[in-house]
Design a protein around this ligand. Structure first.
Ligand code: ADP
Ligand code: ADP
Length: 225
């Protein structure tokens, strides 16, 4: 079980309050979307769950575990960034394998898992290429593959489609929905795009200046503002 629970999470940078007082609990397996204007704290919430930021105060639980002091690499979390953040000197296959190598899994197991993940994302024919030899959409699929391969219970995605053109965005959005139906990872997803929020979300969290303005299902949020 990997429900994600934030209790009164606050993050200040010197005199800037990035998030003020955030409390919510995502049940195991649900897909939650964070929306709100630029600067309202969406990325800070994701980065805090990932362990890339430390909360100034408050408690964060993944499953039953209080993870406030657990470093990022020991959290059962995989993150996908807006700019993909692939390792430029590694091939596609090595990028997908990276998290498993870090955890010292057996080479034979890693190889098999890379093949499975590549097949599920139609990347088989690209395994030997470097990221710069790929299109944006292909790079984003590699970033997703790297996250999936880790078999993390929690997925964090920070505007993963915003650098793709319209057609690719539609295709990849559908692919993400299918992936979630198969994997059922607890997911937190940041976007500015109402269509993405409507199609993907179990629940939408509307943020404003570091606080929660509203939490609801897509119909409630967009039909009764
Ligand atoms: P969003 O993702 O919604 O655009 P962010 O979480 O990136 O918002 O930022 C929330 C607020 O915190 C903004 O005012 C931003 O400038 C500030 N902030 C974020 N990261 C830092 C940082 N490392 N240092 C100082 N201020 C930061
Ligand atoms: P986005 O709005 O797409 O989330 P930003 O450009 O706001 O991205 O932030 C990119 C990075 O810069 C993040 O790691 C964030 O923590 C950091 N950052 C954002 N605002 C500030 C700031 N005012 N001072 C220092 N770092 C910041």
């Amino acid at each position: 079980m990997a429900n994600v629970r934030l209790e009164n999470i606050k993050r200040r940078f010197n005199n800037v309050t990035a998030i003020e007082d955030i409390t919510f609990e995502i049940p195991d397996g649900e897909f939650w979307v964070l929306v709100g204007p630029s600067g309202c704290g969406k990325s800070t919430i994701l980065r805090t769950i990932a362990g890339l930021e430390n909360a100034t105060s408050g408690n964060l639980y993944i499953g039953e575990t209080l993870v406030n002091n657990v470093p990022a690499r020991q959290r059962d979390v995989a993150m996908v960034f807006q700019n993909y953040a692939l390792y430029p000197h590694m091939s596609v296959g090595e990028n997908i394998a990276f998290g498993m190598k870090m955890r010292k899994m057996e080479p034979r197991v890693i190889q098999q898992r890379v093949a499975e993940v590549a097949a599920s994302l139609s990347l088989e024919h690209l395994l030997d290429r470097k990221p710069k030899q790929l299109s944006g959409g292909q790079q984003q699929r590699v970033a997703l593959g790297r996250a999936i391969a880790r078999q993390a219970q929690v997925f964090l995605l920070d505007e993963p489609l915003s650098n793709l053109d319209a057609q690719l965005r539609d295709d990849t959005r559908a692919e993400l929905k299918q992936l979630h139906q198969n994997l059922r990872n607890t997911t937190v997803y940041v976007t500015h795009d109402q269509v993405e929020a409507m199609t993907l979300a179990d629940k939408i969290v509307v943020l404003s200046q570091g606080n929660i303005q509203q939490i609801g299902d897509p119909q409630t949020i967009y039909n009764h503002p």
